[in-house]
Design a protein around this ligand. Structure first.
Ligand code: FES
Length: 291
């Protein structure tokens, strides 16, 4: 006796078999995460096998005879699992050359003082794992800023631009009770949340071609700071108008050409370009006149 299954039935069973369930998707995600972890561990192990990381570090000292000519120095640093670029620099300074100069403080991506140009990209030294970088690791000062010594750049222009947007809370009304806090709604806090994460590291400004070519441009960090306060519902209408006047000036938001380089390098994942575009929309609305 024939036990052949009708074609239509076979097809339906096949379709049922291949249909992806939420469980399948979760399994696939877990597998991908496991594979990712395994790759990272393999990369770290291969570095541990090599035992050292080769750093090529930019050196320049305008005050010392013989060191005035910019150059790269090579350091071979013993690798340990979890080591960051900042860890390697500290080791190189403490072990090989005490004159190697760079800024750092918190070592946990909070103070913003160790933004560097590592393997061709603006990054925080303390947040960048050596295991994720190609060897040799090339460490340079932030581009588009004057180098003071080795990896230390002059940040005064960056601070001037930040200062220009009045980066502090200014309200028309103060609470009746002197010590009473000024509350904002949960939705408003959510709206400005990402913009408050800026740590003033200057990575975005250094990555911006427009800021590099125009010293007057406020730059992404300052505009993001302006966004943080312009969108805060606790500042009154007069202050909001004042803030819009600052950002819609000739070298304000309209200089941004939406290149997204600032967003790509921000170590705190702030959607800088998006914030600038939103302020452009606010500036347009501010200038619309209805008769
Ligand atoms: Fe503070 Fe890296 S040392 S952000």
């Amino acid at each position: 006796m024939s036990t052949q299954v009708p074609d239509s039935q076979t097809q339906t069973e096949t379709e049922t078999e291949t249909e992806e369930t939420p469980g399948d998707r979760a399994r696939a995600r877990r597998d991908a995460a496991r594979e990712d972890r395994a790759q990272k561990e393999a990369a770290e192990e291969s570095l541990e096998d090599e035992e050292t990381v080769h750093l090529k570090v930019f050196r320049y000292d305008p005050e010392v005879e013989g060191k005035m000519e910019p150059r790269f120095d090579d350091f071979h640093v013993p690798f340990e699992k979890g080591m960051t670029v900042l860890d390697a620099l500290i080791y190189a300074r403490d072990t090989y050359d005490a004159s190697l100069t760079f800024r750092h403080s918190c070592r946990q991506a909070i103070c913003g003082s160790d933004a560097l140009f590592v393997n061709g990209k603006q990054r925080l030294g303390c947040k960048t794992q050596l295991s994720e970088l190609a060897d040799p690791v090339r460490v340079e000062p932030l581009p588009h800023a004057e180098v003071r010594k080795d990896l230390v750049v002059d940040m005064s222009h960056f601070y001037d631009q930040m200062e220009a947007v009045e980066p502090y809370f200014q309200t028309d009304e103060t609470p009746d009770g002197e010590l009473e806090e000024q509350r904002q709604t949960r939705e408003n806090r959510e709206k400005i949340k990402m913009s408050t994460r800026c740590i003033w590291c200057g990575a975005c400004m250094s990555s911006c071609n427009i800021a590099a070519g125009n010293n007057e441009y406020l730059g992404p960090a300052a505009i993001n700071k302006a966004y943080r306060f312009a969108m805060d519902e606790r500042e009154g209408e007069d202050m909001q108008q004042h803030r819009l006047n600052i950002i819609e000036q000739e070298n304000g938001v309209w200089r941004c050409q939406t290149q997204f380089s600032c967003t790509e390098v921000c170590p705190k994942d702030i959607p800088l370009t998006e914030h600038i575009q939103e302020l452009k929309r606010e500036a347009v609305k501010n200038n619309l006149k209805f008769w």
